[in-house]
Design a protein around this ligand. Structure first.
Ligand code: ADQ
Length: 479
């Protein structure tokens, strides 16, 4: 065990609380990030700091401390009032940063009270981290909710190595400049030792913004790495494309119960090709545009009617935000319109599922699909594209992917890339995928699977931690 703690800081803790017979009970979350970060705690002890959910506060810390007995990671809650949560999470994070960083400035509500809440809640997260930090601690802060934490931690006198990873895109300068608090946020980020982005494009955009708004920062580029000096402190800026746990999907897809479910799904679809969409219900995922392309396909290509069905799975998300409720209504109305226009008693053009699915069901759908249609209008990475490839053990599925998803950078050599706004091109891609022969499908999917396997989430975590702890990457460490 190395000395010094690892302190992870994220908006949500990797656990949820559910009512049990003897009071509240902890249920670990099973998301990809949680899986990815678990190995971090094999090498060192540490803490995970975050919010636990509505209605729970510091009284839960005792229960959370109990959970640390079988793990090297102790969970620590940050308590937020409903007002703080509204201003910080619903407001600043999701009505300003989320739309702006996805290039959707017209959706932003630049309410100054949101900024106040963002500052004070970031300070609370930093206070919680400072309480457990010691001399040798390493701090890793996640995502757009917590961009100021590094600055407040330095204010507490914490001198540990600190890193920040942004899971969403970083916008170009002509979009970022709209943010009234642009300079404060950039300055705060330079209190970290490592700033990580998903793709080279995000890294470039960030550097462009820094050149424009922090002209005093000096840069040195060396071997694909950028080191910046601000106020006498050096920060490494680099892209670290996040991956998935390839083996989990690949192995599950081969288990007998999943194989049986795949056969069932195919039989239910009566030999028609299955086009699959899987998304959080979010306006960045391009659902209306996708549905328009699908409608265009049936309007322009009659022979494909009754030959394909879209299975669109949508996970409920941010339901307390009015724009998200409107999107749900818009999506459902559009789907029933298409089904009404083209469907008949023996064929439903679109099967719509609006709920979170258990892993085995999701993997069965990924494996059973003939085509995955993943068309966000902008996405940091998009893990669904990678999960689809990892589940395609028979190598028969075709991936149609938006060129505006971060994953397009890695998967361009196998996927059919499309501009999601170009509904004619998306319809053409669907047609091409439908007609693609087995030989080409296998060739493309094999390349995709190799890419996803080689850059999995454990490698992502290892690479980031290497820079965070040592200031250099795995290749340099091995040399
Ligand atoms: P998200 O915007 O949530 O993540 P994505 O990367 O696609 O987007 O991850 C979604 C996750 O939800 C996937 O792991 C998927 O399996 C799961 N999921 C989707 N539908 C589901 C369903 N019906 N039931 C159960 N699970 C479902 C943010 C950024 C992304 C970035 C990730 C990781 O917006 O760009 O890729 O973080 O960094």
């Amino acid at each position: 065990m190395k000395t010094g703690n690892m302190i992870l800081v994220s908006n949500r803790l990797p656990t949820t609380i559910e009512p049990g017979p003897d009071g509240p009970m902890l249920k670990p979350s099973s998301g990809g990030l949680v899986t990815a970060l678990k190995p971090v705690f094999k090498a060192r002890k540490g803490y995970w700091i975050g919010w636990l959910g509505e209605g729970y506060g510091e009284e839960m810390d005792e229960l959370l401390a109990g959970s640390a007995t079988d793990s090297a990671c102790q969970l620590v809650t940050v308590t937020l009032t409903p007002g703080e949560r509204r201003g910080f999470y619903t407001g600043f994070s999701n009505e300003i940063v989320w739309p702006l960083f996805h290039d959707l400035q017209e959706r932003c509500n630049f309410d100054p009270t949101y900024w106040k809440a963002y500052v004070s809640v970031n300070r609370k997260f930093a206070d919680a981290a400072a309480r457990v930090a010691d001399h040798g601690s390493i701090v890793w802060v996640h995502d757009y909710h917590l961009m100021l934490v590094g600055e407040f931690l330095r204010g507490h006198g914490v001198r540990s190595r600190m890193g920040f990873f942004l899971h969403i895109p970083f916008p170009p300068v002509d979009i970022f400049e709209k943010l009234p608090w642009r300079t404060q946020i950039l300055r705060a980020l330079f209190r970290f030792d490592v700033i990580g982005f998903q793709t080279p494009r995000d890294e470039r955009n960030f550097l462009g913004c820094v050149r424009r708004f922090l002209p005093d920062v000096d840069f040195q580029r060396n071997d694909g790495e950028v080191r910046a000096v601000s106020d006498g402190r050096e920060t490494l800026i680099r892209n670290f494309p996040i991956g998935i746990d390839f083996d989990e999907f690949n192995t599950h897809a081969q288990q007998p119960e999943v194989a049986a479910r795949i056969a069932e799904i195919r039989e239910d679809m009566r030999g028609r090709q299955i086009i699959l969409g899987v998304d959080r219900l979010d306006y960045t995922k391009g659902l209306p545009e996708r549905l328009r392309a699908f409608q265009h396909l049936f309007a322009t290509c009659k022979s494909l009617r009754r030959q394909v069905s879209l299975v669109q799975i949508v996970v409920p998300s941010r339901e307390n935000i009015p724009k998200y409720r409107e999107l749900k209504l818009e999506t459902e109305t559009f789907i029933s319109q298409i089904n009404g226009q083209y469907g008949d008693p023996g064929w439903m053009p679109i099967h719509y599922i609006h709920r979170s699915l258990e892993r085995p069901e999701l993997i069965a759908l990924y494996s059973a699909a003939d085509i995955a249609l993943i068309t966000p209008i902008k996405d940091g990475m998009n893990l669904v594209a990678k999960e689809f490839c990892a589940s395609q053990v028979e190598e028969r599925g075709v991936l149609i992917l938006s060129e505006f998803a971060g994953s397009a950078e890695q998967l361009n050599n196998g996927a059919i890339l499309v501009n999601p706004y170009d509904i004619g091109a998306v319809a053409d891609a669907l047609h091409a995928a439908y007609r693609m022969d087995q030989g080409e499908r296998t060739q493309r999917m094999r390349k995709l699977r190799r890419r996803v396997r080689n850059a999995d989430v454990f490698r992502w975590c290892d690479e980031f931690c290497s820079y965070l702890e040592n200031g250099y990457g795995r290749a340099a460490r091995a040399a």
